[in-house]
Design a protein around this ligand. Sequence first.
Ligand code: DC
Length: 229
Amino acid sequence: MIVSIDGPVGVGKTSVAKAVAQHLGLLHIDTGSMYRALAWKCLEQDLDPDDPQAMATLAEETEVLLQNSPEGPKVLCDDHDVTDEIRSPEVTSVVSQVSAHEGLRHHVVEQQRKLGDQGSVIMEGRDIGSVVFPSADVKIYLDGSLEARTNRRLKELESKGVPCSFEEIRQTVEDRDREDMNRRVSPLTIPEGAQVIDTSHLTFSQVVDRIVETVRAAIRTKRFAKTHH
Ligand code: DC
């Protein structure tokens, strides 16, 4: 069973996917963290994020691992624990540039497909239902107004004690969306056959419940198809 969740910045993909994974016993894979780990290393090594060849080599030579630990999921980049560092404003501001290159994406997508082969997974990102797993069993596209998504990010940052303004965040969210939606390779788009959920006026648990229901229905249909063939 493969469930894909795609959608723009700040729509709540990660927390929703995590909760759905817990409800249904699926393995949760946050693909954004893989691109973030490469963006982190790009900064560490002072590479040019606009150089396609340098970015392809970076992906080829870097091992990014997603691990589960008692404290939560960890992201390892060549054995460094980068779980917290990949959420820094510096990494966030360069990740859309780094992830725009075809050569780099080729390596990352290959790894994601291998992770999907492990069995029952819920994978979230920007191109999961459109490119990585176009034949996913369930495809979800989470959407939300710019205002609602900015408010989510604002609350998240405030809870971490990071000072910021609504206007500043609205601008970064808008800029990152523009880059992710307009890049030449695998832009963020609504995948064919995806169920679109507008989260602007829904609570967190309403979104989670809807997806859990859709996945349960897909599991029943799959079982039915198996026993009748
Ligand atoms: O979901 P996130 O904010 O952690 O993702 C970080 C960036 O990675 C995002 O701006 C675009 C890129 N990304 C991507 O291009 N494809 C994916 N499947 C996931 C993320």
